[in-house]
Design a protein around this ligand. Structure first.
Ligand code: ADE
Ligand code: ZN
Length: 319
């Protein structure tokens, strides 16, 4: 059992954390037909491309700052109930814009949810602004510019998520230059749907301190050694990887091999209800299915906190 272990995650997408029951309530409130994305209390998709479509459709059910505050507070409260002390939430201003809410109100709602959850449970959270790769380089640059000028102290990092097969990292590198110049922490989804080359490109062109997933680096032993040498933290999401068929089962998942090779790794839920998981469940998988000891799991939690895009006072308090 891992229920007693302290937990932390640094990779969870806010719309991806929407419980199906909450999405259904939102659909009812706004009179939206969700029969194509929500059936029998579960999200409906069959591969990565369909998952992204389903994700965008679920995001469109959250239309006001209050909707986002409720979603964020709901996610963080459940996390705190599972003994989590910290989360980094991946948010996409484009999703706020797309529903006509606007990025400022979108971010304000998420921030309100963070404050409400912290008040209630003590959990700490920060916001990582993300560009969505499948919305194209211009939108990713706009997201970086938005993050760079955000006056919100909870915004501490920049990411790129979405369809990894669209373009090459070089097409999006300018966005990361903008975010880096603004002093934001950098992480990028790479080596999830695409192979090791995507992780190499990210290291060469983005110079992040962390990589979202990065698991397909395992296909290139030289790259694995490079990740270890550089001390790059991989935000590993085992349940997501299995659900999206990146690996056929937990036995073939490379988490242990990466850890043994000296790569810094931590556990994350990504889009928990889409993948039938939760952070608590990821910890259980690591323990019961992957055979990690409590001590090894604690080390992964500390790695997440070590790599967190958070001020040193808060980090020291959490560690
Ligand atoms: N957006 C939400 N979840 C994602 C994932 N696992 N990969 C890429 N983009 C995402
Ligand atoms: Zn992700």
């Amino acid at each position: 059992m891992t229920a007693h272990l302290l937990k932390a995650e640094i990779h969870c997408h806010i719309e991806g954390a929407a419980p199906p029951a909450l999405a259904a309530a939102q659909a009812k409130k706004y009179g939206v037909d969700t029969s194509h994305i929500l059936r029998n209390g579960a999200y409906v998709w069959s591969d990565f491309a369909e998952f992204l479509i389903c994700y965008d459709a679920v995001a469109a059910l959250f239309k006001t700052a209050d909707d986002y505050a409720l979603l964020t507070e709901t996610y963080l409260t459940e996390l705190a109930d599972a003994n989590a002390i910290y989360s980094e939430i991946i948010v996409s201003p484009d999703h706020g814009d797309r529903i006509g809410l606007g990025a400022d109100a979108y971010l304000a709602g998420i921030s309100d949810g963070i404050h409400a959850a912290r008040e209630k449970t003590g959990i700490e959270a920060r916001i990582i602004v993300t560009g969505e790769r499948h919305f194209g380089p211009d939108r990713v640059i706009a997201a970086a510019e938005y993050a760079a000028r955000a006056k919100n102290p909870l915004v501490t990092g920049f990411n790129m998520a979405g369809e990894e097969r669209m373009g090459r990292v070089a097409d999006y590198a300018r966005a990361f230059d903008i975010a880096r110049d603004a002093g934001l922490g950098l992480t990028i989804h790479a080596g999830e749907v695409c192979g090791a080359f995507s992780v190499s490109d990210a290291l060469d062109l983005v110079k992040p301190s962390r990589i979202g997933h990065g698991v397909r680096a395992i296909e290139d032993p030289v790259l694995v050694a490079r990740l270890a040498d550089l001390g790059i933290v991989l935000e590993i999401c085992p349940g997501s990887n299995i659900a999206l068929n990146v690996f056929p089962d937990f036995d073939s998942h490379p988490l242990r091999r990466l850890k043994v090779a000296g790569v810094r790794v931590c556990l994350n839920s990504d889009d928990p209800p889409f993948f039938g998981t939760s952070l608590a469940h990821e910890y259980e998988i690591a323990s019961k299915i992957m055979g990690f000891s409590d001590q090894e799991i604690d080390t992964m939690t500390r790695t997440a906190l070590d790599a967190a895009f958070v001020d040193e006072d808060t980090r020291c308090r959490l560690l």
